[in-house]
Design a protein around this ligand. Structure first.
Ligand code: AMO
Length: 428
């Protein structure tokens, strides 16, 4: 007999023979009757064992979270109102769970962070944690669908690279045969090269590595970057595409999982469009109105972004960042080279995306590299892509974990990461 998922039991009339597989979430042994709460990937049901001393004896030896095969009869008018019920006629122990469980699946007491993440597979069995990853997948699916509709090609670029993209300090070095190499901090240089390679719209979803020293609730050492690059484009068009991407990703989540997520206490943020835009100078003005003096050209600290973000409702752009705080590939404004054609997308104080129109002239690029104290020779493979006709182009990089944090209102970025990598954790 083929098996049925717990969710699909609901479609039966009652009285049918069924086979179900799952974990023994709870085992309640009473005098002449034993109840097992069985959980599979779709939900939980109650398995009732009575009038069969041999089976009751077998069930009494089970440990929680053991994997079982249950054969029985589906009971329509179950006593348990919250879960469907199956009267058990046979029980096979497929794999016993060790005891005690370091992380209980239903125990009301929360274990500490280290224990949770040392035993992450058990922690992920909790439906409230598990659903975060179905949500992350839906957000990504919404964005992927949009990319497909808009004619983007999904690409995969190297993650072992010969030069640091986003800055020297935050890069992991790796031994690459006889040479040194780096783990890529962003697909930036490669996505730009693909514009010269004749792909007008590229996107990539992949890991990005940052040797961040600080332990915060928004930084990982390995995160998922959604990157796009568009030919014959500018910062304004890139911002429009970003607004649409965030909107579509979160709408897909709301439409497909909104109700279920609410049951777990998550309230999805669905953005209102258009996202307001403020300039870097507007940001400074807000700070000054709040009695904070600020040096033009500096980056906003997270405390300062908290103040700026408190004036904004939901997602907003900060545009026109100073050249000093943006990477070498960012295009300067024609009328004021101290500023750039760049933007960040923010949600309150959290930065979700950075993007810009890029430098496309090879001489200008070499000049910018030198001004930033970098050696153009180390970037020759990249610059050469600009020598034979590089279109003007623009794009952005969006942190999927940060977007998921915002969507579900989750404080710590580690909770939206299956196996987080941070300053102290590289396992599991
Ligand atoms: P940037 O360095 O701002 O820009 O990164 C883009 C986005 O990636 C996410 N992010 C992170 N998420 C978790 N942990 C981290 N340590 C981390 N660092 C960054 C953020 C951030 O907004 N090449 C440019 C993008 C571009 O211009 O196309 C870049 O990488 O959400």
């Amino acid at each position: 007999m083929s098996s049925i998922s717990i969710e699909d039991l609901g479609s039966l009339k009652g009285g049918e023979s069924v086979v179900i597989y799952g974990w023994a979430q709870e085992i309640k042994i009473l005098k002449n009757i034993t109840f097992i709460v069985l959980r599979d990937y779709s939900g939980t049901c109650q398995v009732t064992i009575k009038g069969n001393p041999e089976l009751i004896e077998k069930a009494s030896k089970l440990s929680r979270e053991s994997v079982l095969k249950i054969s029985g009869t589906f009971k329509k008018d179950a006593i348990s109102k919250s879960a469907p019920e199956v009267t058990c006629s046979d029980l096979t122990l497929l794999n016993a769970s060790a005891t005690p469980l370091p992380v209980g699946i239903t125990d009301p007491v929360e274990v500490d962070f280290e224990t949770r993440f040392n035993n992450r597979v058990l922690d992920l069995r909790k439906p409230k944690n598990n659903i975060i990853f179905a949500s992350k997948s839906k957000i990504l699916w919404g964005i992927r669908k949009l990319m497909e509709e808009e004619g983007f090609i999904e690409v995969q670029t190297p993650k072992i690279v010969s030069s640091a993209t986003e800055g020297g300090a935050e890069v992991f070095r790796v031994k690459y045969h006889e040479k040194d190499a780096f783990l890529n901090q962003s697909p930036q240089l490669y996505k730009e090269m693909l514009i010269s390679a004749g792909i007008p719209k590229v996107f990539e979803v992949g890991p990005a590595f940052r040797a961040e020293e600080h332990n915060t609730n928004r930084h990982l050492n390995e995160f998922t970057s959604i990157d796009i690059e568009m030919a014959f484009s500018d910062d304004d068009k890139a911002m429009q595409m970003l607004e649409l991407s965030v909107y579509q990703g979160l709408t897909e989540l709301m439409d497909t999982m909104g109700k279920e997520l609410e049951q777990y206490g998550y309230r999805i943020v669905v953005p209102k469009r258009p996202f307001p835009r403020m300039t870097y100078q507007d940001g400074i003005r807000i700070l000054e109105e709040n009695g904070i003096s600020f040096n033009f050209g500096d980056d906003f600290s997270s405390e300062q972004l908290k103040i700026i973000g408190s004036k904004m409702d939901g997602f907003y752009f900060i545009t026109g960042w100073p050249e000093k705080v943006r990477p070498f590939y960012t295009m300067q404004k024609e009328d004021d080279p101290s500023l750039t054609k760049s933007f960040d997308l923010q949600y309150k104080e959290l930065e979700v995306t950075s993007g810009a129109q890029r430098v496309h002239n090879p001489e200008a690029l070499i000049k910018r590299l030198k001004e930033k104290g970098l050696n153009p020779e180390n970037f020759e493979y990249y610059i050469s892509a600009f020598r034979y006709g590089m279109p003007p182009h623009a794009g952005w990089g969006l942190g999927l974990e940060r977007l998921t944090q915002i969507a579900l209102g989750i404080h710590n970025i580690r909770d939206v990461t299956l196996f987080p990598r941070d300053r102290t954790r590289v396992s599991p």
